[in-house]
Structure formats: structure tokens, C-alpha cells
Design a protein around this ligand. Structure first.
Ligand code: ADP
Length: 195
């Protein structure tokens, strides 16, 4: 497993789990959300242009996101693979990722779908809001992001199901429990009778 998409709703733990799973796989974790936040933090031209939109919970336009992702995938550390977190989120992004990989003569190995009920997600995001104060973690924006995920992004799983790429993982429980499930599903840890 070298080219993996970590898919799932806001608050399901893609950031935390993506970092750990990428380390286990020996590939870089690439989070488009982190890349956008770095632009906002560093006050780049792109960051200044996008900060209000990101704070509102809306998606960044595909043209902008696709360009940023293509640049990141062209960097040398990606040659041995990658774990994508938060990309793709639209049908256009799915097509762009396919196109970029085909150009490189590669393709995805797996799409790992992390899932948890909306109540769990809202609770986690509200807690993170208290801990970290992210600009898009207010109660209204959290509800908007969840609705946007269900409307725009969740249906894309069908595209990857058609290619038989999807591995489904329960995202509830402690971070360590979820990490163990991810390792098992990726095949990095033999399943033991107790797990
Ligand atoms: P979340 O916890 O909502 O999954 P992320 O850190 O992945 O948060 O993303 C934060 C914000 O960055 C999104 O709400 C959106 O504005 C922008 N963003 C990140 N990835 C994408 C993408 N693939 N397409 C469009 N916008 C994106």
C-alpha cells in the first residue's frame, strides 16, 4: 500500500490517524486542509484570498485546490507514495487525481473510509474548538461542514466502490483503537483472534 486516500467526514480523525498511518506506511501525509491553513497562517496571497472562505466552512474552488495538490504531488518525496487526507472532496477532484496518477503511470492502492455518527463528530469538533480555536470550528460552521460533506463528498465513495478500492473502518473509540483497526485493514498487522 503506497498510494492511499483517507476519506471521511470532518471530525472523524483524518488528521491524527492520517499522520500515524502515513508514518507506518513510510509515505508523506498530505492534508489539503493543512496546506490551506499554512497559506492562511503565512499570509500568502492565496491564504489572504481564501481565509474568509475557509472560515465559513465552504470548499475552496476546485481549480485552486487541484493546482495546489498537483504541485504537492510533483515534489520528490511523493515518488514512493502518499497518504491523502481531505482530498478529493468533489467529483472534479476525483477526476483530477485519476488524471495526475495516470500521467505518472500509477494509480490508487486503497481508499480508506473512516466513519462515525454525526453526533460523535459534532462532539469531537466542538471539543477541538475549545482546545484549539480553529476558525472553522464554531457550532454553525461545524454543522455546515458536516452537511457539505454528506451532500458533496460522501456520494463520491460510490465511484471508488465501483473500482473496488474502498476499505471501511470504524472511526469511533480511542485514537489507539482506531489506529489498530487501520493497521489491520491495511494489512500492516496480522489480525489476532481477540481483535
Ligand atoms: P475538515 O476537518 O473539515 O475535514 P480540513 O482541515 O480537511 O477540515 O479542511 C479545512 C478547510 O479547507 C475545508 O473546510 C475547506 O475550506 C478547505 N479544503 C480542504 N481540502 C479541500 C478540498 N479538497 N477541496 C476544497 N476545499 C478544501
Amino acid at each position: 500500500m503506497e498510494r492511499v486516500v483517507l476519506f471521511g467526514p470532518p471530525g472523524v480523525g483524518k488528521g491524527t490517524q492520517g499522520g500515524r498511518l502515513a508514518a507506518a506506511l513510510g509515505v508523506p501525509a498530505i492534508s489539503t486542509g493543512d496546506l490551506f491553513r499554512a497559506h492562511v497562517r503565512d499570509k500568502t496571497e492565496l491564504g489572504n484570498r481564501l481565509s474568509a472562505l475557509i472560515a465559513s466552512g465552504d470548499y475552496v474552488p476546485d481549480s485552486v485546490t487541484n493546482t495546489m495538490l498537483a504541485e504537492r504531488l510533483a515534489e520528490p518525496d511523493v515518488a514512493r507514495g502518499f497518504l491523502l487526507d481531505g482530498y478529493p472532496r468533489t467529483a472534479d477532484q476525483v477526476a483530477e487525481l485519476d488524471r495526475l496518477l495516470a500521467l505518472a503511470g500509477t494509480s490508487l492502492d486503497a481508499v480508506v473510509l473512516l466513519a462515525a455518527p454525526d453526533e460523535v463528530l459534532e462532539e469531537r469538533l466542538l471539543k477541538r474548538a475549545a482546545d484549539q480555536g480553529r476558525s472553522d470550528d464554531t457550532p454553525e460552521v461545524i454543522r455546515h461542514r458536516l452537511a457539505l460533506y454528506h451532500r458533496e463528498t460522501a456520494p463520491l465513495v460510490a465511484l471508488y466502490d465501483a473500482a473496488d478500492l474502498v476499505l471501511r473502518v470504524d472511526g469511533t473509540g480511542t485514537p489507539d483503537e482506531v489506529h489498530e483497526r487501520l493497521l489491520a485493514v491495511i494489512g500492516l498487522r496480522e489480525r489476532t483472534p481477540s481483535s
